[in-house]
Design a protein around this ligand. Structure first.
Ligand code: NCD
Length: 311
């Protein structure tokens, strides 16, 4: 049976079924050689990707660009609000309509939740949410799941600890919701009390068979996990900087804590101080591989959406 990918836009991981996730991960596996420059492809030659990044980004923006270029496609766009006419007072809606005219798909990052959805209702080209405030980051989740499947062999039967800023961290929101589609999952939610996972995400977990426990200390759970998924405290989302300073440095993973353990360490990056540099040279470090996996996974996303939805 020929599989098809039903989604036109990638806005929230909650729009995915398990088969949609598997479709993208399987496509990504097939694209590894092109992603690593061991083969060449003209798959998206003549196509243009519009990158609208109102909020800072390194990996997400550059890996989308790399993905497009590996297919011989082109990218246009801006990397901050300051360098677009939004800074002159142009509305997001008008900006998006221009980008719709110039490109075959749009990738959007914005500090406000819901902006990608808003734009997807205005334009006819596919829209990809590359992070909306403390909301969702679905393409990061796809590359996280790809990394887990690649490193561990399966996403089912997984014990995973999500560590750090569970309140404002959009990567852990999407990742937790995605895991509800898999079997025999246990999630340890490790955060300071002030940065617990939002109720609406816990509500989503409660509706499924995913088992989850909220804990304060990594030491309590480290022997029981396959993956430590570490996140940065999202400084830019705090209203009062003193609240950030109180929590800063709450969790730091170092080599000594990991010795003798059977697990991998992941992080969406950027890291500040939550993973010590001495972990980088150990077998536990999968965060750089995870960042590299962004290219084949985003290639799979672009190929699928642009080919399925020609202008
Ligand atoms: C994350 C993000 O922007 O949400 N980074 C990323 O896309 N890899 C994580 C973060 O900023 O902490």
């Amino acid at each position: 049976m020929v599989k098809i990918f039903k989604l036109k836009n990638i806005i929230s991981i909650k729009d995915f079924e398990r088969e949609d996730i598997e479709y993208i991960l399987d496509e990504a596996s097939k694209l590894e050689d092109i992603a690593q420059s061991k083969a060449i492809s003209d798959e998206l030659k003549g196509k243009v990707l519009g990158l609208m990044f109102f909020e800072p980004s390194t990996r997400t923006r550059i890996s989308f660009e790399t993905a497009m270029k590996r297919f011989n496609g082109q990218c246009i766009g801006f990397a901050s609000s300051d360098s677009s006419s939004v800074s002159k007072g142009e509305s997001i809606a008008d900006t998006a309509k221009m980008f719709e005219a110039y490109s075959d798909a749009l990738v959007i990052r914005h500090e406000l939740e819901g902006v990608s959805k808003f734009i997807s209702d205005l334009v006819d080209v596919p829209v990809i949410n590359a992070g909306d405030g403390a909301g969702q980051h679905p393409t990061q989740t796809l590359l996280d799941l790809y990394t887990i499947r690649d490193e561990i062999g399966s996403i089912d039967n997984l014990n995973i600890a999500l560590i750090g800023d569970l309140k404002f961290g959009r990567t852990v929101h999407s990742l937790a919701q995605s895991l509800t589609l898999f079997n025999n999952i246990k999630i340890y939610l490790v955060s300071p009390p002030e940065l617990r996972m939002p109720q609406e995400i816990l509500h989503d977990l409660n509706k499924t068979n995913v088992e989850y426990v909220e804990v304060d200390n990594i030491e309590d759970i480290i022997d029981d996990v396959d993956v430590l998924y570490v996140t940065r405290i999202q400084k830019e989302r705090f209203v009062d900087i003193d609240d950030y300073l109180k929590i800063k440095g709450a969790y730091i993973i170092n080599k000594k804590m990991l010795e003798g353990k059977d697990l991998i360490v992941m992080h969406p990056l950027p890291r500040i101080d939550e993973i010590a540099g001495d972990v980088d040279d150990t077998k536990y470090n999968k965060y750089f591989k995870q960042a590299a996996n962004a290219v084949p996974v985003r290639m799979a996303i672009l190929k699928t959406l642009i080919k399925n939805n020609p202008k």
